[in-house]
Design a protein. Structure first.
Length: 130
């Protein structure tokens, strides 16, 4: 994101004076989230694991989050070994894979031509509340 915003600054498209300006530019120009009613199912599937949205978090909110994070959150064991983690429609489940592949086959859920290199198809794992 920083590189894309830096290019926009160099081209004279935007002036960024702080975090709020940075957020505004990203939200208006770099968002790739597709709403369910706006486009076809094929287009929504294209952005299933690669959508990009932005949220501005103030300093005060970040301080609150850090306090909350240190109290209530735990890391999922084994997630550092994973390179690709995607949400599913089922609450409590994730699709995981040791290596990322963004080929058309993986994006559509069909056969991956790169399976010999990236390993087996993404598997579903259960996420338990702690």
């Amino acid at each position: 994101m920083k590189r894309m915003v830096s290019r926009a600054i160099l081209h004279g498209d935007v002036t960024v004076h702080g975090g709020q300006d940075f957020y505004n530019y990203c939200a208006q120009n770099l968002t790739t989230v597709v709403s369910s009613g706006a486009t076809s199912a094929k287009r929504r599937a294209q952005y299933q694991c690669s959508s990009r949205s932005f949220a501005y978090i103030s300093t005060e909110e970040m301080d609150d989050y850090r306090t909350l994070r240190n109290q209530d959150m735990r890391y999922l064991p084994g997630t550092r070994k994973l390179h690709s983690v995607c949400s599913t429609d089922d609450p409590g489940f994730l699709k995981v894979r040791e290596l990322t592949c963004l080929c058309a086959g993986c994006e559509s859920g069909t056969r991956c031509p790169n399976a010999d290199f990236v390993g087996p198809k993404a598997r579903r794992v259960t996420v338990k509340r702690v």
